[in-house]
Ligand binder design. Structure first.
Ligand code: NAP
Length: 503
């Protein structure tokens, strides 16, 4: 008997979501919604069925140029420059309220974009929190007064102060793996600091970006302050980051694309921050709480179907507990409910698209071919959509692609270790350095390990925390440059000007 699978027409979609999908997802330039100059569109597919659910404007160079012109004009010659911190705060607070008010709708739209469970409000909460956090900071941006260290012989006194001024026009290019919080976390600091911006979402997730842009307008963001461009990274994205009128680039995505964007930024000496890929270690010591550690380590790599930059995809387990931990995670992998995010029963959704599924399956095959032992998974799920089985490999060669490269799927590599020294060498043997997770009851051990692992974000005795607006976010080595979130995002979106009065 063949199983019956839900089609998009059978999803229990809210009427306004259905209506939203029926219209072209256009660009928003200077406050006006418009199709690409070429009139071309691209298809947006539901990851759980691969059915086309909408069409978005396929922007080209002319569209990007118009968007940068609009952002430039709004920064250079519009009332936005005179808007106070309190007014920018109000816009962001209204935006947060609108996300909250439209939570159910936004969760459904993000589920169609990404495939994640529609009943999980986590991404909406993150969006609300980012908007509120930067609303608070909008009224607290200021310079400082300073005393020069020396005086010229004929000068009695110098009074110096700094001004913190908006950096100008920001270009934000974002990935598909957390499209709602990502959009808000890029837009909120730009608005808070009085910048203007052009934002380009990933081609796989045009839905939520369009709806959030509508809510921004409803929240009162003036025309041209935030401009949305849909379309291919290779054309629209690369034009955007190469434009000399851009003052700051904020990019989240793969290390490969990040490097090409960094080169374009260098050409114009554009300020840049990069949040890139990872191959993060999860570390379980012998003395860890075995009731929680294996489950939390499984979340670190199976959450969002493994499509998380901070995925703990290399699991190091102290030798004595190796078999016990691997079999606990195997049990979890084999009992997780996997299916469309529109079905509230499901814990894990699909991969984003058919080519990501093919890429993850290729890695699984490469793992098998390299002689690694497959504990569970290692294949796709025979049903419509981009579903794969959560997978665990052991006995993996340290040179194998599955050990070294970011897979961006639910694939865990488990390796035993003897002692701390042994562990640190292996944990740091990677080009990446985004995150790490450590489970141990020994405080000294936890502190020593956290200090020795080369990674930007470390969680002790818990699954990786979701990005928090007040916690700096970013990585060592090829995982990026700079730290986003927190107050450092305000630094990134402002220039410091030193003024000295000679008396
Ligand atoms: P990606 O392929 O690098 O794409 C990211 C964004 O860049 C998309 O909007 C893409 O547009 C655009 N783009 C592609 N080529 C471009 C070019 N030549 N010039 C300018 N823009 C270009 O990454 P992804 O596959 O969307 O996302 C997954 C990656 O993001 C993973 O490596 C993951 O680790 C990383 N990530 C990092 C963080 C972090 O904070 N460190 C967070 C989330 C994800 P198109 O979609 O149209 O190609």
């Amino acid at each position: 008997m063949t199983a019956k699978y839900l089609s998009v027409a059978e999803y229990n979609l809210l009427p306004n979501v259905k209506e939203y999908l029926s219209k072209e997802l256009k660009n928003c330039i200077g406050g006006k919604w418009q199709s690409a100059v070429s009139g071309e569109t691209f298809e947006k597919k539901d990851p759980a069925t691969n059915e086309v659910v909408a069409h978005a404007s396929k922007s080209g160079i002319a569209d990007v140029d118009m968007a940068v012109t609009a952002a430039r004009r709004a920064f250079d010659n519009s009332p936005w420059k005179k808007i106070t911190g309190a007014e920018r705060q109000d816009i962001l607070l209204r935006f947060a309220d609108l996300i909250d008010k439209n939570r159910e709708e936004l969760c459904q739209i993000e589920c169609l974009d990404l495939g994640r469970p529609a009943t999980d409000p986590g991404h909406c909460m993150m969006g609300i929190n980012f908007a509120k956090y930067y609303a608070g900071l909008a009224t607290k941006i200021s310079g400082e007064t300073l005393t020069p260290m020396t005086l010229l012989p004929h000068v009695d006194q110098v009074f110096s102060y700094t001004l913190r001024q908006p950096v100008g026009v920001v270009a934000a290019v974002i990935p598909w793996n957390a499209p709602m919080p990502m959009f808000v976390s890029k837009v909120a600091p730009a608005i808070a600091t009085g910048c203007t911006m052009v934002i380009k979402p990933a081609s796989d997730t045009p839905l939520i970006a369009g709806r959030l842009m509508e809510l921004l307008q409803e929240a009162g963001v003036p025309d041209g302050v935030v401009n949305l461009i849909q379309g291919p990274g290779g054309v629209a994205g690369s034009r955007l980051v190469s434009d000399p009128r851009i003052n700051k680039i904020t990019f989240t995505g793969s290390t490969e694309v990040g490097k090409s964007i960094a080169k374009a930024a260098m050409e114009n000496l554009t300020r840049i921050s990069l949040e890139l890929g990872g191959k993060s270690p999860s570390i379980i010591f012998d003395d860890a709480d075995m009731k929680s550690a294996p489950f939390e380590a499984s979340l670190c790599v199976f959450m969002n179907c493994g499509q998380i930059c901070v995925a703990g995809s290399r699991l190091f387990i102290q030798k004595k507990r190796f078999d016990e931990v691997v079999s606990a995670i195997q049990h979890r992998a084999e009992t997780m409910k996997i299916g469309p995010g529109m079905d509230p029963e499901n814990e894990m959704g699909p991969l984003i698209n058919a080519s990501q599924k093919a890429k993850v399956l290729q890695y699984m095959q490469k793992g098998i071919d390299s002689g690694a032992r497959l504990v569970t998974g290692g294949k796709g799920i025979d049903r419509p959509g981009n579903f794969v089985k959560p997978t665990i490999f052991v006995d993996v060669d340290k040179k194998a692609a599955i050990y070294r490269e970011e897979i961006f799927g639910p694939v865990l590599i488990a390796t035993p270790f003897n002692d701390l020294e042994d562990l640190i060498t292996e944990a740091n043997d990677t080009n990446y350095g985004l995150a790490a997770n450590i489970w141990t009851k020994d405080l000294n051990n936890a502190i020593k390990t956290a200090a020795a692992v080369n990674a930007g974000m470390i969680t002790i005795n818990g699954a990786t925390l979701p990005p928090d607006p007040n916690l700096p976010f970013g990585g060592f080595k090829q995982s990026g440059i700079g730290r986003e979130n927190g107050k450092s995002a305000i630094d990134y979106h402002t220039e410091v000007k030193t003024v000295s009065i000679v008396m």
